[in-house]
Design a protein around this ligand. Structure first.
Ligand code: ADP
Ligand code: MG
Length: 323
């Protein structure tokens, strides 16, 4: 290794984000953080593995961004605000150029959300990035997967399916058109929906982030809430990028239903709360895509008629091995 462990930490990871509530950060045996009174600590951790969760050769900036983004998305789904992160980094070699770019991508997103990197670990091994994020939420109200009730509307933010289509484009060797480049960027740079999650604390009955695919994740939310769902296939949002890049409507629908990696928020909301929720607060745009049912299981409806959709029926989508 051209760079020693200490130099790597000192050069790239000592100064990512600054917060007054970091009493002791990178450099000691552990970090000491001040949790404000009246707040709860919200903890999440996610690992991304080269060639498994992102394609080998993905730009280092994007690896850094994604490693933090997937965690911030979990914090968003709780209705919490992120505050601190730790980073456990396993690297095949101490490549200064790669590290600089990786740290820049991570720092860009960290600073955008006022997250301070307060510690971590650095080892030699296959490229594996584990980020833990600690967030804060008011002690009286956070979001869970288990609060959906029959009759609630089901909504999703943004345009799920874009990232999965973007990943497929990367695996096929690239993006030629602006629409394709938009999709690739949606995979490389997911935008955690922190602000939306905060607003949903007031309105939503349940929430989660979509990481494995809309259909599968809706099934998880319903199971956690002890109910089911009717999903209106005709209401699924389809971005203009997906419309332009993928001509076959059934392939588009498959992307929206089964594509993972979008990190949009899936949530349920009662009719009165939906009516009371100001349009201006719906950023990014949220689409009502179905209704919570008392009967267990997710039913897909087209023109009001149930149709069979296999959640895993689009295997080549996952052929590159990301999950
Ligand atoms: P120790 O062996 O006592 O755990 P390390 O040498 O692993 O200490 O780490 C020294 C300091 O650098 C600690 O504060 C640790 O949290 C921090 N650190 C190590 N690796 C990283 C990293 N990749 N990102 C941020 N902080 C790190
Ligand atoms: Mg120590």
């Amino acid at each position: 290794m051209a760079l020693g462990e200490f130099e790597i930490i000192d050069r790239y990871f000592r100064d990512i984000g600054r917060r007054a509530d970091v009493l002791l950060g990178v450099g000691d045996d552990a970090a000491v953080l001040a949790v404000p009174p009246g707040q709860r600590l919200v903890a999440t951790v996610d690992t991304i593995v080269d060639g498994v969760h992102f394609p080998h050769g993905l730009a280092a900036e994007d690896v850094g961004w994604r490693a933090l983004a997937v965690n911030l998305s979990d914090i968003a789904a709780m209705g919490a605000l992120p505050a601190w992160a730790t980073l456990s980094l396993s690297l095949p070699e101490a490549d200064a150029v790669w590290l600089e770019r990786f740290a820049a991508g991570l720092a860009e997103l960290a600073v955008a959300h006022d997250v301070a990197l307060v510690g971590g670990d650095t080892v030699r091994g296959p490229l594996v990035v584990t980020v833990q994020v600690l967030g804060l939420v008011e002690s009286h109200r956070w979001l869970t997967r288990s609060g959906a009730r029959p009759g609630d509307r089901i909504c999703v933010s943004g345009s799920p399916g874009d990232a999965g289509a973007g990943l497929e484009l990367i695996q096929r060797g690239g993006a030629q058109t602006p629409a394709m480049r938009t999709l690739v960027r949606r995979f490389a740079r997911p935008e955690p929906r922190i602000a939306l999650g905060r607003r949903l604390r007031t309105y939503a009955s349940a929430a989660m982030d979509v990481s494995d695919g809309l259909l599968v994740d809706l099934g998880k939310l319903c199971a956690a809430s002890g109910c089911g769902a009717d999903l209106d296939l005709d209401a699924l949002p389809i971005s203009s990028a997906l419309r332009h890049a993928v001509t076959d409507p059934s392939v588009r629908e498959r992307h929206v239903l089964t594509g993972g990696d979008d990190y949009e928020l899936l949530f349920t909301i009662g009719e009165p709360e939906l009516a009371a929720w100001p349009d201006a607060a719906r950023e990014p745009a949220c689409t009502a895509i179905g209704r919570v049912t008392a009967a267990a299981g997710v039913r897909c409806l087209r023109a009001g008629v149930p149709v069979a959709i296999e959640p895993g029926g689009y295997d080549h989508f996952r052929a590159g091995g990301t999950q």
